[in-house]
Design a protein around this ligand. Structure first.
Ligand SMILES: [Zn+2]
Length: 384
């Protein structure tokens, strides 16, 4: 069956906990091939990581090219006995479809596929440009053998994406309340303060890094990094742990460390942000305190898709089906959209996120039907 509920159920029945595929991509491959798509199954790996299965499928060879992106991998079920209905059952009860991945994001993929199949059936089997699916099995874990490599692979074939819809559960309370048009960047680091170890009875012969790291934490936390931008809230530096590793009560420790993470907006990139924080640290240290920041590598840069024709057509399709005008939001954590945004404008719109990653993850069947109509509305407007 080609409707969104059947496809979601078939996908949920594959226990594709990262890095396992468990047949999930095969469900999509069969439907896509039957509809005339050219389907590629691509496996990526690198030393120290599990091999990951990915899928790229395209129909049509001209522009404009719209791509539906997503991931078929899911987080573990947790305590399976705690689920009201089997975690990988895809069971429909009282108007809800249950199962891990129902909203994050097998349901979203199923709706986009059902909408595309309908659209093709109504247009002699061919789009007026190109439609593709960019599906990975590596989003919920380390995300190194998925979307980032699949995009490089597609580009190496000489193919260009013009626009992308990522079907992550973007809505907060109710279908139609939120489109994600950007995400903040993420940068982690460790503040390291060096002192001189010694006996607590002879502090003049030691240098205690504990009061110093406290001063530096206050200094770095208090001064705002910016005051927000047109589409983003203010950037935020948050300390998450302070560690001295000292088990003795009569020893002044030699070193203190504090971990932090920064969520940053489009006033910064990784380089300018690190420079800014390094400079503030140097100022707070003066000539007395010896401290540095060890910056962690990060592939989570900030991005934003500016409001325009593409966001407008999505808003209009959502309004038509739900009667709601969605907020264009840049809040929340990171997603694979950060990789896609280097290739083409991307928006995220899918189901309602409330139950994702929880026991009894579920979606109203009516939301699956509405989301399929919304994606269909996007296609109609895109190729009009
Ligand atoms: Zn997801």
């Amino acid at each position: 069956m080609n409707d969104a509920v059947s496809i979601t159920r078939d996908l949920v029945r594959c226990p594709s906990v990262t890095p396992a595929d468990a047949g999930a991509l095969g469900v999509l491959e069969n439907l896509l091939k039957a509809a005339g798509f050219e389907v590629h199954r691509v496996t990526f790996g690198e030393p120290g990581t599990a091999d990951i299965h990915n899928l790229y499928a395209r129909i049509g060879d001209s522009a404009p090219h719209i791509s539906f992106a997503g991931h078929t991998d899911v987080v573990p079920a947790g305590d399976e006995a705690a689920w009201s209905h089997g975690a990988f059952s895809g069971e429909v009860r009282d108007g809800f479809l249950y199962g891990r991945g129902a909203v994050d994001m097998k349901g979203g993929i199923a709706c986009s596929l059902a909408a595309v199949l309908q659209y093709l059936a109504d247009h002699g089997g061919k789009p007026k440009g190109s439609i593709s699916f960019l599906i990975t099995g590596d989003e919920e874990d380390i995300s190194v053998n998925g979307t980032i490599k699949l995009l490089q692979w597609v580009a190496a074939r000489g193919e260009k994406l013009d626009h992308c819809v990522l079907g992550e559960p973007s809505n907060v309370e109710v279908l139609g309340d939120c489109i994600k048009v950007g995400r903040r960047g993420s940068q982690s680091g460790t503040l390291v303060v060096d002192g001189v170890q010694g006996h607590v009875a002879y502090p003049h012969r030691a240098a205690n890094p504990v009061p110093d790291i406290s001063r530096l934490i206050v200094a770095l936390s208090e001064e705002p990094l910016d005051h927000g931008s047109a589409q983003f809230q203010a950037s935020n530096l948050e300390f998450t742990s302070v560690d001295v590793g000292n088990t003795a009560s009569n020893v002044i420790p030699a070193q203190a460390r504090a971990k932090f993470n920064i969520r940053f907006n489009d006033n910064h990139n990784h380089e300018t942000l690190r420079a800014l924080v390094d400079e503030r640290l140097a100022k707070a240290c003066g000539n007395r305190i010896r401290a540095r920041i060890d910056w962690q590598p990060s592939n989570s840069n900030v991005f934003v898709t500016k409001p325009g024709a593409f966001t407008d057509l999505a808003v209009s399709a959502i309004e038509e089906v739900t009667g709601r005008k969605p907020e264009l939001s840049t809040s929340g954590g990171t997603s694979d959209a950060r990789f896609i945004s280097s290739y083409c404008p991307v928006i995220e719109f899918g189901l309602v996120g409330q139950t994702m990653h929880q026991v009894d993850e579920r979606t109203p069947v009516s939301d699956l039907e509405k989301l399929t109509k919304i994606y269909r509305g996007v296609l109609d407007r895109y190729f009009a």
